[in-house]
Ligand binder design. Structure first.
Ligand code: NDP
Length: 339
């Protein structure tokens, strides 16, 4: 059983040398009476929040508990049950849930797993559009921002796992949608494949405020915040009266020991804005409704899903670092096993 081990707490952008690959004997049979399940991992998800779990324990309460140094990296995965001591699962079931960055995972509390029932949709989609990123886009847009037809929506990190789904959901609501991304290739993808009205490469803009004024001469009603920092300050200058900001994440801050300050927060008052942070985990009860809708959108071709797949367990550390360098286009997954 090959496993990716986090050696120690990390500072700065995660590097391949922060991890080591260990090889040991795989357990393929559950321990008698344990009630556990053994899963062969097929696809593993690589997500920005993992970086927040690689920090030293923080003095202030943090949502994310740190990964213990020397432990196997944990995250969302899709896999096949190879042995089960639990009545709800049998050998051959396809499941999604929290597994390890390893070829085979022993799941001691299988209640946390979910069976995948659909057969016409690639299993890896359950890590992206039909998984946490898709639900994040759905609740962030609908529950936090309540978009109305004709409203002006701006999304940062727009070509990423969450971003490219939000834009398409907002288009289905009849909004005008603009996204920012870190390369011309991503800008082109957003406009030509994902149906965004406009998109721009923030790395090419000297002045983010001027760029936003160019795309939103009338201002922004809804901002879906994925990056924080300078972008948030520029957006605040361009929000319309009574605008809404869904704070999903601030990836530009995750590798900093001390996050940057935000200068223009007073504009929340003058413009009577609502800025609301959310955690997708508080909305899991909406998952069945979301799943029905999202599966229909995929089958009807109303949403295009962009996935970036790299091969092999050894690719996990590099793929994680890539999120902070903008190397991924769409949802980053790693294929670790053949079905
Ligand atoms: P993505 O697939 O969007 O990957 C991350 C992307 O962020 C990169 O591709 C890169 O794109 C961009 N990025 C990286 N560093 C910077 C930087 N310094 N400045 C600007 N952009 C940067 O990841 P996800 O879609 O999975 O996550 C997007 C956001 O949503 C993150 O902030 C994440 O933490 C958050 N999130 C929050 C959840 C919640 O429950 N609140 C749940 C899931 C995700 P580019 O080339 O455009 O720079």
């Amino acid at each position: 059983n090959k496993q990716v081990i986090l050696k120690d707490y990390v500072s700065g952008i995660p590097k391949e040398t922060d991890f080591e690959i260990k090889t040991g004997e795989a357990r393929l049979k559950v321990e008698e009476g344990s009630g556990g399940v053994i899963v062969k991992n097929l696809y593993l998800s690589v997500d920005p929040y993992m970086r927040l779990r690689m920090r030293k324990p923080q003095p202030n309460p943090s949502y994310f508990s740190p990964f213990p140094p020397g432990s196997v990296m944990m995250g969302n995965g899709v896999g096949r049950v190879v042995d089960s001591g639990h009545p709800n699962y049998k050998k051959g079931d396809l499941v999604r849930g929290i597994t390890g960055w390893e070829e085979y995972s022993v799941i001691t509390a299988p209640e946390s797993l979910h069976k995948i029932q659909t057969t016409d949709i690639p299993p890896s989609f359950y890590l992206g559009i039909l998984g946490t990123p898709g639900l994040t886009a759905y609740v962030g847009l609908h529950e936090i921002c309540s978009p109305k037809e004709g409203e002006y929506v701006f999304i940062s990190a727009a070509s990423g796992a969450v971003g490219h789904i939000i834009g398409q959901l907002a288009k289905l609501k009849g909004c005008y949608v603009v996204g920012s991304a870190g390369s011309d290739e991503k800008v082109d993808l957003l406009k030509s494949k994902c149906g965004f009205d406009e998109a721009f490469n923030y790395n090419k803009e000297q002045d983010l405020d001027a760029a936003l004024k160019r795309y939103f001469p009338q201002g922004i009603d809804i901002y879906f915040e994925n990056v924080g920092g300078k972008m948030l300050d520029a957006v605040l200058l361009n929000m319309r009266l009574h605008g809404r900001i869904a704070v999903c994440g601030m990836i530009s801050q995750y590798n900093m020991d001390k996050p940057e300050g935000v200068k223009n927060l007073m504009l929340l008052v003058y413009k009577r804005l609502r800025m609301e942070g959310f955690m997708v985990s508080a909305y899991y009860d909406l998952y069945p409704k979301f799943l029905d809708e999202a599966i229909s959108y995929i089958r009807e071709g109303k949403i295009v899903y962009v996935e970036d797949t790299v091969e092999g367990l050894e690719s996990c550390p590099g793929a994680l670092a890539g999120l902070f360098e903008g190397r991924n286009v769409g949802k980053q997954v790693v294929r670790v096993g053949q079905d």
